[in-house]
Design a binder for this molecule. Structure first.
Ligand SMILES: *Cc1c(COP(=O)(O)O)cnc(C)c1O
Length: 465
């Protein structure tokens, strides 16, 4: 790492602010009404009623002046937009895949990839599930199998690479069903549901060797892989002096293709892509794109969006950007930890995850402690967070029961380049106060449950005792 960054524990944003958006503060009384009207689901609150928005880091970044300037270079031709070629070049350069298909966002790419590679009865191993990724795998007829290391399911374990694949678990599956029933391994960088936890390069090399031996491709969920590269640089021997760009390239070179939600790492408000090295797969993906996304040179995006994404790749690979991004997340996490609030460790890259099961031990998992805590945080301070636990995990398709995952978390996701350290102080203060009054927080009953990805639109009522 650059000496000036590595040798200091303090950091500063590598930008100055040239335009601001004013925030609106509501009263507690208003928020009590608003959360009840939203069915205790923070996804159903209007943005104007939110003070500090930590719902997600997806599409919420502040773009740079260069990216905004890039919007003006939008070539809004239906076919063959100049911006498509810029993006293609940037993806080839930095990610290293040969072929690029833009998509409107990450799940557009997941849909196409799943439909093309998964047959009914297949098994798709992955390092913990992601909601949309698993849903598309299941809709294509596959069954997701979790092969992440056990440490990932333990919020208290401070293992530095909780995103690693447990090769023994993978091998057990491959032996049981045979490699022909495993169309690919789904590998996510900085595993979102585990709290933003990285895999190591050593683990990826081992996975690569195993997969080559069995003829199984590796498909990367590249959504937060640049953040994963930062952790490799920081924690893995031999990587301290390598650039993030080189580490990213090394990761991608060990995989066969990627789906990407550019709304995360790449500092844009919308966009994604599917990239791969197999020409036949690419041609079939381009063809399927016209069914779901649009022509293969825009994939549901405006030309200007592709331009902003191409510029975002270079900005995301700047060391000082990631140091400040991850530094800010750690600042908030350290404050919460100092207040005794139980959080997932190590602190990940895109947010701080509160262990709601430990925060609210008086609630049963089917009273949705993380959902209840997210609602209580909103009422206390107008800070919007989200549930990552029993509601997000959904029901087991076989038994129809709630999956009741080990991790019952509230995610405080930090948008990139949007909030300041003072905002982090306000958030930490509110949650510390709430922790002192935690026994007052009531559980919830689900009163409306949508069929797909229920956490987005489910509604709840409080259970009064
Ligand atoms: C957000 C996300 C996706 C889905 O991408 P969208 O752009 O929201 O469709 C897929 N995988 C991971 C890890 C994500 O965080």
């Amino acid at each position: 790492m650059d000496e000036t960054i590595a040798s200091k524990s303090s950091w500063a944003e590598p930008f100055k602010i040239k335009m601001v958006e004013l925030l609106r503060v509501t009263t507690r009384q208003e928020r009590e009404r608003i959360i009840a009207e939203a069915g205790y689901n923070t996804f159903l609150i209007r943005s104007r009623d939110v003070y500090i928005d930590l719902l997600t880091d997806s599409g919420t970044a502040a773009m740079s002046d260069r990216q905004w300037a890039g919007l003006m270079l939008g070539d809004e031709a239906y076919a063959g937009s100049e911006n498509y070629y810029h993006l293609e070049k940037a993806v080839q350069n930095y990610y290293g895949y040969k072929f690029l298909l833009p998509t409107h966002q990450g799940r557009g790419a997941e849909n196409i990839l799943s439909q093309l590679l998964i047959k009914p009865g297949d098994y798709v191993p992955g390092n913990m599930y992601f909601t949309t990724t698993r849903l598309h795998q299941e809709r294509a007829g596959g069954a997701f199998v979790d092969v992440i290391v056990d440490e990932a399911h333990d919020p208290q374990s401070d293992y530095p690479f909780k995103g690693n694949v447990d090769i023994a678990k993978l091998d057990r599956l491959v032996r049981e069903v045979g490699p022909r029933r495993v169309p690919y391994v789904s590998l996510e960088g900085n595993v979102n549901m585990a709290g933003g936890q990285p895999f190591s390069m050593a683990n990826l090399k081992e996975l690569h060797a195993y997969c080559r031996q069995h003829g199984i491709p590796i498909m990367l969920d590249a959504t937060r892989t640049i953040e994963n590269a930062f952790f490799i640089k920081e924690r893995e021997r031999g990587y301290a002096s390598r650039s993030l760009a080189r580490i990213l390239r090394e990761i991608c070179d060990l995989t066969d293709g990627a789906t990407m939600s550019a709304k995360k790492d790449l500092l844009v408000n919308i966009g994604g892509f599917l990239a791969c090295n197999d020409e036949d797969l690419f041609k079939r993906a381009q063809n399927l794109a016209v069914v779901y996304e649009g022509l293969h040179t825009y994939g549901g995006l405006a030309g200007r969006d592709m331009e902003a994404m191409a510029i975002g790749i270079e900005e995301a690979l700047m060391e000082e950007h990631q140091a400040a991004r991850i530094g800010q997340v750690r600042y908030l996490g350290a404050k919460l930890e100092a207040a005794g609030v139980p959080i997932v460790k190590p602190i990940g890259s895109h947010g701080v995850f509160i262990d709601a099961a430990t925060f609210l031990p008086h609630l049963d998992r089917d009273e949705y402690p993380a959902q209840a805590l997210a609602a209580a945080i909103y009422v206390d301070s107008g800070v919007r967070t989200m549930e990552r636990g029993n509601v997000s995990a959904g029901r087991d398709p076989e038994t129809g029961l709630n999956r009741r995952p080990n991790l019952e978390l509230v995610r405080l996701t930090i948008p990139r380049r949007v909030y300041t350290q003072a905002h982090m102080d306000v958030i930490a203060e509110s949650i510390a106060n709430l922790y002192a009054r935690r026994t007052d927080i009531q559980g919830l009953r689900m009163v409306h449950e949508p069929q797909y990805l229920r956490f987005f639109q489910a509604r709840f009522e409080t259970i009064s005792r």
